[in-house]
Design a protein around this ligand. Structure first.
Ligand SMILES: Nc1ncnc2c1ncn2[C@@H]1O[C@H](COP(=O)(O)OP(=O)(O)OP(=O)(O)O)[C@@H](O)[C@H]1O
Length: 411
């Protein structure tokens, strides 16, 4: 991959937070008053990946895995502890003014719009922040209004919008300056299925038409399936998988289920006889419906199909693929995406000595309580939607708005 074709390049990126320790009891609290003790929490542990221009990449992991911390470094909100990163040709925390004009950011749980003023007035302010020429802004606003159906919303104050309406406005706000790279942190959180689908369609369109590179963090794997050609999976600050979703399913899925609707009743004995020696398991739902479980290590699905379809009258066949949610849940549980022993041999990239070092606070869903980190610059917009105090509430919003494809890299 040439440098010109790379949107995001991350090398040995690390972020450690200094967190104050609270000693137990009254005596401990008194001691804390006079002598504070700190501990280091490594949220992101020397990760490396490269994202080519025009790719939509999913960035997933359990609560506390380090996703938001990575996005904050990539958008220039947080300064890394060590490592190198380059986004759109800039080092995000160093060249912020120029950098923010190249990127768009949507934090699903925060707003980059001003709460009490009309949506279009927020857009106007953002136009000035990004120095978008008036004519270009008009044209872009027209297009986004049309695609995201914002017509009725533009003159309403943001606080009067529903979550779905606000999210459509947030997306428009992040794209007014036509950024090359879009960072989306949980963009569909809390939305109903209709709005989620509209947003996914819109993102696909933007990616197709403008070649916008998108890095997306989400807990909704449907987002990933609908949008992403590639997924990077994080666990406890380490990358445990980097590759495409299909490959992950093949490596981790246990098998497939084929369901047959039969024209006439066929006994289980007959079905077992047809597939003898293939290592599959039959079950019957009723007289005219039978299913066969085909583990990946057994015969290929095509062999099972040809033996059955050639011998009995079949009305309909459906093949059930491995369920992504189940697979990813299982990987999260084990903390590793190493290939299963019964799967094809993986391409290993070596063990990570930093794994499971007891530092993580997985599952807490929140950080906080740490020493506030110095952050680069301040953005233009209010934090009205959800000022949860993360990073001292000083996160710039709009102004801070978000490895190579091919074989999955397993860590
Ligand atoms: N400002 C901070 N101070 C101290 N620790 C922090 C800070 N920000 C994050 N952490 C810690 O870093 C780790 C990773 O947090 P991060 O928010 O990046 O995870 P995440 O994958 O985005 O989780 P979620 O899905 O819950 O948003 C957690 O252990 C968290 O407690």
């Amino acid at each position: 991959m040439t440098d010109a074709s790379i949107a995001i390049k991350v090398q040995n990126l690390r972020k450690q937070f200094r967190v104050q320790k609270n000693r137990e009891g009254l005596k401990g609290a008194l001691r804390d008053l006079f002598k504070r003790e700190y501990t280091e929490v490594a949220a992101v542990k020397d990760i490396s990946f490269t994202i080519p221009k025009g790719e939509i990449c999913g960035y997933i992991g359990e609560n506390g895995a380090g996703k938001s911390t990575t996005i904050k470094m990539l958008t220039g909100i947080l300064v890394p502890t060590s490592g190198d990163l380059e986004v759109g040709g800039y080092v995000p925390y160093k060249e912020r003014e120029k950098f923010v004009r190249r990127i768009g950011v949507v934090f699903g749980q925060r707003s980059q719009l001003w709460w009490d003023i009309g949506v279009v007035e927020s857009f106007q302010l953002l136009r000035k922040v990004y120095r978008v020429p008036e004519a270009e802004y008009r044209q872009r606003l027209g297009e986004l209004t049309d695609r995201l159906q914002l017509g009725d919303l533009l003159h309403r104050p943001v606080r009067k919008l529903s979550l779905g309406q606000r999210m459509r406005c947030e997306l428009a706000a992040s794209l007014l300056h036509n950024p090359d790279i879009l960072f989306l942190d949980e963009p569909t959180i809390g939305l109903d299925i209709v709005v989620k689908t509209e947003i996914r369609e819109f993102l696909k369109q933007m990616n197709r038409q403008y070649g916008t590179t998108i890095l997306l963090t989400t807990h909704d794997l449907q987002d990933i399936e609908a949008l992403c050609t590639r997924v990077i999976m994080l666990d406890d600050g380490n990358i445990i998988y980097d590759g495409n979703l299909e490959e992950l399913k093949t490596r981790w899925g246990k098998g497939r289920e084929i369901t047959f609707r039969l024209h006439e009743p066929v006994s289980l004995d007959t079905l077992n006889g047809l597939t003898e020696g293939l290592g599959v398991t039959w079950s019957k739902e009723n007289e005219l419906a039978a299913s066969v479980w085909v583990p990946f290590e057994a015969a290929p699905v095509s062999v099972v199909l040809s033996r059955v379809v050639g011998a009995v009258e079949v009305g309909d066949v459906s093949i059930l693929e491995p369920n992504t949610d189940d697979i990813v849940r299982e990987i999260y549980k084990s903390g590793s995406a190493e290939a299963r022993s019964d799967s094809p041999a993986p391409e290993r990239s070596g063990p990570d000595p930093d794994k499971r070092d007891g530092n993580g606070e997985s599952g807490d869903g929140g950080h906080r309580g740490g020493v506030e980190e110095p952050e680069a610059g301040a953005g233009p917009a209010s934090d009205a939607a959800n000022g949860d105090g993360d990073n001292g509430g000083a996160e710039p919003q709009t102004a801070v708005p978000a490895g190579s494809k091919g074989a999955g890299r397993l860590a």
